[in-house]
Design a protein around this ligand. Structure first.
Ligand SMILES: [Zn+2]
Length: 337
């Protein structure tokens, strides 16, 4: 009761700071933690938003697989390739790195815990991929600007951190597009990479994501740092053992970490990154998929040197794969069902 009263008070406070909504957009909110001058009024950070009508109208509904909303697949009967249920992957999913390389990624930021991680990565001359929550982006725009200026890849992790297979087509659009728009207001370009919270995706989520011009990137090595504080078995020591196991057994990978709270940032700085760096060539998620720095943003995609550089002959550009998957494979799936 007291909690809900506080929430209402907080939202009322946020309303004071709300700016005039853009025509056609739902009434938006900004939090009073920044002086950034937003052109757009954004949805409430902690709720699944509604989309702008034009975003939904641009979708080709005929190609969207009719996967059931909010129902986990059963192993052995997974026609819609639900990764969280069965580990099913499609060729378009980015999930690992080339031999000897490691893709560094952090989810759930930006938060008040994030800046020491930015400082650390800068001191080590390392670049990472940050999958940002839109609701956090509008609270800490200066951090997004800093990440971009530091040379990190800015990517999308939905607006409210909801599980995408539990949402309608329209809600999936809203979760991705509001986050994209907020990031573009800050850094001037639109991210290409999307990571669904918990990696929760099926062919419906893939199709909608691809139609909106995004590429999905998950991971193949989980630190389980997200369970620090809730699972007594997950500690900095257990995470160290996990990462030492990777070093002994894996030739490459993309790891899941978080800059959500101080504990997850500390374990990244003190344990995970130094250990990984001792064995692998550290890189970004996009680089793992042979995407250039230009390919990471819609406005500059395809303008880099991919295709002429070293290694281009041995790995496929996922942008190309996505175009093929989105237009051909999705249509085939649709016809087959
Ligand atoms: Zn997350």
């Amino acid at each position: 009761m007291r909690k809900s009263t506080f929430l209402i008070a907080l939202l009322a406070l946020e309303q004071v700071y709300a700016q005039t909504p853009t025509a056609g957009a739902p009434a938006g909110l900004q939090t009073p933690t920044s002086n950034f001058e937003w052109k757009e009024a954004y949805p409430v950070p902690i709720q699944v938003p509604s989309p702008k009508p034009e975003w939904v109208q641009s979708l080709n509904n005929a190609t969207i697989p009719q996967a059931p909303v909010g129902q986990p697949a059963v192993p052995g009967t997974d026609p819609y390739c639900h990764w969280t249920s069965t580990q099913c992957k499609r060729p378009s999913d980015i999930y690992t790195c080339e031999q000897g390389h490691w893709g560094l990624s952090f989810d759930d930021g930006p938060t008040v815990a994030s800046p020491p991680l930015y400082d650390f990565l800068k001191s080590q001359n390392l670049k990472a991929t940050f999958f940002l929550i839109g609701g956090n982006v509008i609270q800490y725009p200066e951090m997004v600007k800093r990440m971009h200026e530091d040379g990190h890849e800015i990517a999308i992790h939905t607006w409210s951190h909801t599980q995408l297979t539990t949402q309608t087509n329209e809600q999936i659009v809203a979760e991705l597009k509001w986050t994209e728009q907020a990031i573009k207001e800050i850094i001037g370009v639109s991210p290409v990479l999307v990571r669904p919270p918990q990696g929760d995706m099926d062919d419906r989520v893939r199709n909608i994501t691809q139609q909106l011009g995004f590429n999905i990137a998950i991971w193949d090595h989980d630190t389980f740092d997200w369970e620090i504080g809730t699972n007594p078995l997950i500690t900095p020591q257990s995470i160290e053992q996990t990462v030492r196991g990777w070093i002994n057994n894996s030739s490459s990978g993309i790891s899941l970490e978080h800059d959500r709270v101080n504990e997850t940032v500390n374990v990244a700085i003190n344990t995970v990154v130094p250990l990984l760096k001792s064995k692998y060539e550290m890189t970004t998620v996009a680089a793992c998929a042979n995407m250039t720095a230009e390919d990471v943003y819609k406005e500059t995609a395809g303008q880099g040197s991919a295709g002429s550089g070293e290694g281009a002959a041995t790995s496929l550009n996922p942008t190309t794969l996505f175009m093929a998957f989105g237009t051909v494979a999705a249509a085939l799936i649709s016809h087959a069902l």
